[in-house]
Design a protein around this ligand. Structure first.
Ligand code: GDD
Ligand code: MG
Length: 358
């Protein structure tokens, strides 16, 4: 199957609640990862596979996508946008793009997945199997947060169980589907529907030929702070593939206009954004520092995200935390284990500690 004869559809209308407060100011697929909006990595992968036409299904903060990508020509793509004033869910979002499709086959992507799966092979598999729908599947250690998808000996999907406590298999929905267009056209339009909870189970019950393409390439859903930090670090270190990143990949990535004082230590896939300032003696291990943030002398930041223009006072410790845009964290504060600080919040010096000495 020639990728030129396939549409790509990307669902980007979710609110990104699990990544709050970062998603207060930007939709999840637009958060910076290794210096680029996350979606750029996915769009580049689509372009590198030879697909030319992309439809973005938007809702939450829709204008950010068109403002950034326009007609797509900079990425060698033609991008169309379809807007849901009220979010229609993943199924409603797919149904809604039907009028924009140009071809008989469409690859639909969740907009928050970092994956190395070979799209050409996925399309070839779909074709060879004569499938009406092919789901990309991967194996994960804990399948409970995903759609669990058992298959039979022939690779036919036998069930789809979204986020169950007792999944029958560790094989999960990787958030990428090859649809024959008629199936998309048959989804009722204009009302909210979940593709995972309603459409897939219904298609299986109707006997539609649904196949599972299983591979072992890099895969990560970027939807939680922990995964966002890991995925970003993996991009920086070259563990996660992205055709949008060229040249040197190493332990850290420091962008133009950032300043890093001598003696600061950056490793673990750390990213320092444009215009950010890192003071002397600072240690950044797997930190994601957005543009314009400032980290003062002697602070330690591990596996955490520091929002746009946030300020971290001297000798603070932030581990597995998220600091919102423009927040101001006082000297020697300690923020650990999933702490989330909302944008603009000011914490005084020693304002929060996990130990009794100050
Ligand atoms: N257009 C539109 N409209 N897009 C939406 C809407 C909507 O109402 N709701 C969610 N989306 C988009 C999100 O922006 C995201 O890119 C994608 O749909 C998936 O939504 P998530 O909220 O990230 O879902 P999830 O991670 O909990 O679960 C999904 O992905 C897993 C793999 O990463 C499911 O598809 C699972 O079955 C799957 O295992
Ligand atoms: Mg997700």
């Amino acid at each position: 199957m020639d990728p030129k004869d396939v549409d790509a559809v990307i669902l980007v209308g979710g609110k990104g609640t699990r990544l709050r407060p970062l998603t207060v100011s930007k939709p999840k697929p637009m958060l910076p990862t290794a210096g680029l909006p996350f979606l750029t990595h996915l769009l580049s992968r689509i372009a590198a596979a030879g697909i030319e036409h992309v439809v973005l299904g938007t809702s939450f903060q829709a204008e950010v996508f068109s403002d950034t990508f326009g007609d797509g020509s900079e990425l060698g793509l033609e991008i169309d946008y379809v807007y849901e004033p009220e979010p229609l869910g993943t199924g409603g979002g797919i149904a809604n793009v039907a009028p924009k499709l140009r071809h008989d086959t469409a690859v639909v992507f969740n907009g928050d997945v970092l994956s190395g799966a070979d799209l050409g092979q996925l399309l070839a598999f779909h074709d060879e199997r004569d499938a009406e729908l092919t789901l990309h599947l991967v194996r994960v250690a804990d399948p409970r947060a995903f759609g669990s998808v058992p298959t039979d000996a022939d690779g036919r999907v036998t069930a789809f169980l979204e986020k169950t406590q007792d999944p029958p298999t560790d094989q999960i929905n990787a958030g990428c589907y090859v649809f024959q267009r008629e199936l998309i056209e048959a989804i009722p339009r204009g009302r909210a529907l979940s593709v995972e909870r309603e459409i897939f189970p219904r298609l299986l019950a109707d006997g539609v030929r649904v196949c599972g393409y299983v591979d072992a390439s890099y895969w990560r859903d970027m939807g939680t702070p922990e995964d966002f930090v890991r995925g970003s670090a993996d991009l920086v270190r070259g563990i996660a593939p992205s055709p949008a990143l060229h040249g040197h990949r190493g332990e850290s990535l420091v962008h133009d206009g950032a300043s890093v004082a001598p003696g600061a230590l950056l490793y673990g896939g750390t990213v320092v954004g444009r215009g950010a300032e890192i003071g002397p003696g600072v240690r950044l291990d797997g930190a994601v520092i957005f543009d314009g943030a400032k980290v003062d002398a002697g602070s330690v930041i591990e596996r955490s995200i520091i929002g746009y223009g946030a300020q971290i006072g001297p000798r603070a410790l932030i581990r597995d935390g998220v600091i919102g845009d423009g927040a101001d964290i006082g000297a020697r504060c300690e923020l650990l284990r999933g702490a989330r600080v909302w944008p603009g919040v000011v914490l005084p010096d020693c304002g929060i500690r996990y130990s009794s000495d100050v």
